[in-house]
Design a protein around this ligand. Structure first.
Ligand code: NAD
Length: 278
């Protein structure tokens, strides 16, 4: 199975479907990532704060898969944005991941009260220039934060990774990204199991029509909208199911019906808000 790729503003390609490991306990991460690699995933999304980079690194090394076939993302945690801390943080992450470089390094949250996200972005540029990350981007940045870091540095992030699923679509961030050539990654793409997406009639109707699970339909919705997505599961059959999404296509009407799920008042949000990040 060849997963389609998306070209980033760095010139590098990212597989549009990956495997996320948020809340995968450190001791389970190696097994989960090994299974994902066996199933065919080549794009893994982790973060320093997930405390499972060692497990991810062990699985990558044991897999024997060539480095240039993998796409590995990790993220800078909020308490390391100031001064030269990002340089120390990336080296620690690389050590744990057993890698010489990551494919994508992201600042995890803007934490506006700290007012260090622009410094962090400047350091990520240096980290990219030093060859420690091929592409750089941000996560949970709203247009005001994106405008600020671009104004301060002239460098546009390759990626903004945001909470995005049919019930919370953040169209204002999508518009900014479209205008500036930034690609969007969705986190919580299935609503983290907290929002009743799978029971929604539009999702259920498409699932029945294509004889697929609601989760597969929601993953297809992301893919067909050009979003990069990495659902998380530690269950082998779900890891397989979430990857088995390239032999059917939602109709335009099905995509539109799922897009219409968003209550548009922000009430579909299941995770933290960037302005409250700490
Ligand atoms: P998700 O929307 O991928 O939901 C995961 C949950 O959905 C699982 O725990 C499971 O309960 C359920 N699930 C998965 N596959 C299923 C299936 N086939 N059928 C039924 N239920 C299924 O949520 P997530 O893990 O939060 O998001 C995905 C990834 O995004 C994370 O692992 C992480 O890599 C990233 N993330 C980033 C941030 C950030 O701030 N940048 C925040 C959260 C997550």
């Amino acid at each position: 199975m060849t997963v389609p790729t998306v070209k980033l503003n760095s010139g590098y390609e990212i597989p549009q479907l990956g495997f996320g490991v948020f809340l995968v306990p450190p001791e389970e991460a190696e097994k989960a990532v090994s299974e994902a690699l066996e199933v065919g995933y080549r794009h893994i999304d982790t973060a320093a704060i997930y405390r499972n980079e060692e497990g991810v690194g062990a699985a990558l090394e044991k897999s024997g898969i060539a480095r240039d076939e993998l796409f590995i993302t990790t993220k800078l945690w909020n308490d390391r944005q100031a001064g030269d801390e990002p340089h120390a943080a990336i080296r620690e992450s690389l050590d744990k991941l057993r890698l010489d470089y990551v494919d994508l390094y992201l600042t995890h949250w803007p934490v506006p009260q700290q007012d260090t996200y622009s410094n962090a972005w400047q350091k990520l540029i240096e980290i990219r220039d030093a060859g420690l990350s091929r592409s750089i981007g941000v996560s949970n940045h709203l247009p005001e934060h994106l405008d600020r870091i671009v104004a301060d540095t002239g460098v546009v992030p390759a990626i903004d990774q945001i909470e995005l699923h049919p019930a919370y679509q953040q169209q204002n961030v999508l518009d900014w990204a479209e205008k500036n050539g930034t690609r969007i990654e969705s986190w919580g793409p299935l609503g983290q199991g907290k929002y009743p997406l799978f029971e929604n009639p539009a999702v259920q109707a498409a699932a029945e029509a294509h004889d697929r699970s609601p989760a597969q339909v929601v993953i297809r919705w992301h893919l067909q909208r050009g979003i990069i997505v990495f659902p998380k599961s530690v269950n082998r059959s779900r890891i397989e199911q979430n990857f088995d999404v390239f032999d059917f296509e939602l109709t335009a009407a099905e995509v539109d019906a799922i897009t219409a799920i968003d209550p548009q008042d922000g009430s579909g949000r299941v995770g933290g808000h960037p302005l409250e990040s700490r």
